[in-house]
Design a protein around this ligand. Sequence first.
Ligand code: C2E
Ligand code: MG
Ligand code: MG
Ligand code: MG
Length: 279
Amino acid sequence: KAKNDGKNGFRFFEAAMDAEAQARRALEVDLHDALVKGELELYFQPLFSLAQSRVCAFEALLRWNHPVRGMVSPAQFVPLAEETGLIVPIGEWALHEACRIAASWPRELRVAVNISAVQFRSATLNTVVLQALAASGLDPARLELEITESLFIDNVEATLASLHALRRLGVRIALDDFGTGYSSLSYLRAFPFDKLKIDRSFIVDLLEHDGATAMIRAITSLAEALGMETTAEGVENIDQLDILRAQGCNTIQGFYFSRPLPAGEVMRLLTRDDQARAA
Ligand code: C2E
Ligand code: MG
Ligand code: MG
Ligand code: MG
C-alpha cells in the first residue's frame, strides 16, 4: 500500500510538471505573437533629482497586456524571453519605442532603457542603438542603458570592450540592481559607469537595520570618488528619502514619488511636478 502511494505521488508530481511545462510553452507561443499583435507597451517611471528638485529622467519598463491573462509582469515574461532569445527583437522594439517617445519630451529629460545580458551579448546591439537614435532624432546623451552585474561573471574583457563601443555612441551607461549580483568591485574601477542604481533591497533595509545606512553611505562615497551618480530604487516613503538625501544619493525612483505610468501620462506628471515646486 505504501509503495502504491509513493508511485501515485510520483505520477502526481509528473503530471504537475507537465502542466507547468505546458503553461510555459503556451506563454512562450503567446509571447512570440505579442510583439506583432501590439500587446507590448512601455510604461515610464520618473527618476527625481534631489539636488535639482525635479524629474530628470524616466525609466522605460515593459508591460504585456495579454488578451486573456491581463497584465503579465516582466518578472515573469522577461526571463522567458531571455531563454527563448525573443528578448533580442523585443529589446530592439523597446529601444526604438523608448527613443521615439522620449524625443517628444522636454530636452532636459533622459530616458533609461533596460538591456538584458542576452541582448547585450547579441552582435547587433550597437547597430540597434544607432538605428533607434537615428530614427527618433534623440540626442545620444539623453539615452541611458541599464545593464546588470551578471555581465561581469564571465568574459569581462568582451563586456568592457562592448561597453566602451556603446559609450563611443555618446550614450550613458548605468549599472542596475547594484549590490545584488557578482560581488567583485574590480569592474567598477575598470569601467566608468555614469551611474549606479542601488538595488531596492538596500532601500527596504534602511528602516529595519542599522547597518543599511552605512551601506548606502559607502556606496554613495565610492560612486562619488569614481565620478558616478547614484539612484536609489524602490523608494516607498519619506523616511527612506530623508536618509538617502542625508547620505548623498543623487536621485530617487520609487512608488513614493510615482509608479510607472503609461506614456500618455508623462506630461501630466511633469505639470504636477512643476506645481509642487512652485508651491
Ligand atoms: P528593474 O530594471 O530593476 O526595474 C525596477 C522595478 O522595480 C520595476 O518593476 C518597477 O516597477 C519596480 N519598482 C519601482 N519602484 C518601486 C517601489 O517603490 N517598490 C517596489 N516594490 N517596486 C518598485 P517591473 O516594471 O515589474 O520590472 C521588473 C524587471 O523587469 C526590471 O527591473 C527589469 O529587470 C525587467 N524589465 C522591465 N522592462 C524591461 C525591458 O524593457 N527590457 C529588459 N531586458 N528588462 C526589463
Ligand atoms: Mg532597470
Ligand atoms: Mg533596477
Ligand atoms: Mg531591480
